[in-house]
Design a protein around this ligand. Structure first.
Ligand SMILES: Nc1nc2c(ncn2[C@@H]2O[C@@H]3COP(=O)(O)O[C@H]4[C@@H](O)[C@H](n5cnc6c(=O)[nH]c(N)nc65)O[C@@H]4COP(=O)(O)O[C@H]3[C@H]2O)c(=O)[nH]1
Length: 597
């Protein structure tokens, strides 16, 4: 997992609006990047362009993917065709050589050293019977053939080195008949150190027209000895120019580029067949299918592009809207009452921001707070809220000095001392005194520099302000926060309060948080109290204060002030001790739910 001080990015916006509980956490140090207001602003300004660009990129991907897939498919198809042709040609070539070998093995070896009429007529009979053998005779010193079936003697000029196959007394060499100029392969069966039986196979015997498919006119095929001397070759050029194999044909370089090739070697004789076909030729054969696939790719790409264009044009970036909202002072405080559950009196409230839009709709923080915090806009938003709180509560709170008001800060407020001077300026001359103010710091977000945060908190506390740890037990800090930061109040998260169900005797996490807080002389507040069982348990176990729907939801200023007026009485006539109880010590009497946010 990530180290505890690792900055996290909460992806927010419309995603968290639909799934407020779900927060995607990336293990990337991008928080600080997003924090940089400039980058954020820039990103929002260019949001449309970015989205369009993304649309184009994503739109092109299906097209590319289809083409890459098809290229691979076409390549394999080409290879398959070539494999079949190579196999056929190899079999045929092996057959030719096998014939020569068969001829030698049929001759009576003990007499062949002497060239007589009988031997010569046998040679002739062999040549007649096996038409692929052009000549059979005795070969002296590897080149000179005598006792030949065709003529008295002939000289062969080797065009390759001798290759020995898997049978030791058989050898092969590519040769040129000195007299006729014909090329071929000379297969020799050694019968003494100087003399061999020789069979001459003409290149014409290697029939290479085995490409029985749509690429037949395009392929190039070579049969060669394994010392790479070409025995026979066919290529589009040679066919086109009606030239015999071995003639000097200059290949068109375009033809040899991007060739699909296949090679197969005989395991009986030292011959290899190589086949190649230009990729473009095979690709062209699939042009019909490619048109369909490209069409589909373009369609899918266009749909993706349209989708992104629509998103990019739908609404302005959320950053811009929030910034505008702050300028138009659309962010207002709602107040959720906090009750002292040991004496039943109103203890104060927590300020929870709401976005009152121009059309009168009220938007909950789940829809914008993450982006406001990540972009830094939460700072001017908090300033606006503090001003409103000072305006809303000044008169009422000056009459009820025991009431407190808790305001949420976020981790970037602890980057510098700005928040301290802001508190001084906003509340210094208002009816809300410093000792009525509580500032909440959530444990969900890590504080970058604990020492700096400690110094800022100390300056706040010097004014008389108290500081609370919000969402205790859910996040990064835990005990370390409480100890190091010198908190005054701890707020137990709703998550743990929910664990208090009817009939449960103890909830260890709530109990241990309370014990820890009490050991440090801190006030404990429970959040999100909804049931009488929860309230009963919290009271019994000595939790000081609670807030939740069992008492009231966050209320608009007027409703909260009416509540203060009703429960707080007139400060000129009532002192704090006479504030009416809203929870009787013996039986629980809960306030009616007045107005929902
Ligand atoms: N189910 C249930 N919910 C209850 C109950 N009692 C209170 N709540 C809700 O629980 C949330 C408590 O606030 P939070 O933990 O500080 O969590 C807050 C806080 O993290 C953030 N937030 C709200 N206002 C501000 C603000 O002014 N500044 C900053 N930085 N964050 C704020 O947004 C969060 C959500 O705020 P809200 O939507 O107002 O949601 C509030 C409140 O309306 C209950 O009995 N049952």
């Amino acid at each position: 997992m990530f180290p505890s001080n690792f900055p996290l990015l909460r992806i927010s916006g419309s995603f968290s609006a639909y799934f407020p509980k779900v927060k995607l956490i990336l293990g990337l140090n991008t928080y600080s990047l997003f924090w940089r207001k400039g980058v954020y602003r820039l990103m929002n300004r260019f949001r449309s362009i970015l989205l369009m660009f993304l649309g184009v990129v994503l739109g092109v991907i299906p097209l590319f993917a289809a083409n890459i897939f098809m290229r691979d498919f076409v390549y394999k198809q080409g290879e398959q065709h070539l494999e079949q042709s190579a196999q056929r040609t190899l079999k045929h070539s092996e057959g030719l050589i096998q014939l020569a070998v068969d001829v030698f093995s049929a001759l009576p070896h003990y007499q062949v050293l002497e060239c007589g009429d009988e031997l010569q007529s046998r040679f002739r009979a062999m040549v007649l019977r096996h038409t692929t053998l052009h000549d059979v005779g005795l070969v002296y010193n590897g080149e000179f053939m005598y006792c030949s079936s065709l003529k008295e003697s002939t000289r062969f000029y080797p065009t390759s080195d001798v290759v020995i196959g898997s049978v030791p007394h058989l050898s092969y060499v590519a040769v040129n008949d000195g007299e006729t100029g014909k090329n071929g392969v000379l297969v020799k069966w050694a019968i003494s150190d100087a003399v061999s039986l020789g069979g001459f196979i003409l290149v014409d015997a290697f029939n290479l027209e085995f490409m029985q498919n749509e690429f037949a006119d395009l392929f190039r095929m070579t049969v060669s000895l394994t010392n790479s001397a070409q025995i026979a070759e066919t290529s589009p050029e040679s066919r086109l120019l009606k030239r015999a194999p071995f003639s000097l044909v200059k290949l068109d370089p375009a033809w040899t580029e991007n060739l699909i090739t296949y090679q197969q070697e005989s395991d009986r004789y030292p011959i290899t067949v190589s086949v190649g076909v230009p990729f473009q030729a095979v690709w062209d054969a699939f042009s019909g299918a490619m048109n369909v696939i490209n069409g589909l790719g373009i369609l899918i790409g266009a749909l993706i592009l349209i989708f992104f264009m629509r998103i990019s044009l739908r609404k302005p970036g959320q950053y811009d809207s929030i910034e505008q909202g702050i300028k138009r002072k659309e962010f207002i405080p709602y107040y959720q009452p906090i009750i002292d559950i040991q004496n039943g009196r109103l203890a104060g409230c927590e300020v929870l921001v709401r976005w009152r839009k121009a059309d009168g709709s009220i938007v909950s923080p789940g829809h914008f707070i993450d982006i406001a915090e990540a972009s830094g806009l939460a700072r001017p938003m908090t300033s606006l809220l503090m001003e409103k709180v000072a305006q809303d509560l000044s008169v009422s709170y000056s009459r009820h000095p025991h009431l407190k008001v808790a305001i949420n800060l976020f981790n970037r407020h602890f980057d510098d001392l700005g928040i301290v001077s802001e508190i001084e300026q906003t509340f210094g001359n208002s009816g809300v005194r410093f000792n009525q103010l509580v500032f909440e710091i959530t444990e969900r977000q890590p504080l970058e520099n604990l020492d700096r945060a400690r110094a800022i908190i100390a300056r706040m506390q010097k004014l008389g302000v108290r500081v609370a740890l919000d969402d205790a037990g859910t996040g990064h800090g835990g005990f370390a926060y409480l100890q190091k930061l010198g908190m005054n109040i701890i707020k137990i998260d709703k998550l743990f309060v929910d664990a208090i169900t009817s009939g449960c005797d103890s909830v260890p996490i709530v109990d241990s948080l309370r014990q820890m807080a009490k050991g440090m002389d801190m006030v404990v507040v429970a959040e999100g109290v909804e049931t009488e069982e929860q309230l009963d348990y919290l009271r019994r176990t000595g939790i000081d204060e609670a807030q939740g729907y069992i008492f009231a939801p966050p209320l608009p200023a007027r409703a909260y002030l009416e509540l203060v007026g009703a429960l707080g009485g007139d400060a000129n006539q009532l002192d704090d001790q006479e504030t009416p109880l809203i929870i009787s010590p013996d039986s629980l009497v809960t306030m009616p739910k007045t107005q929902t946010a």
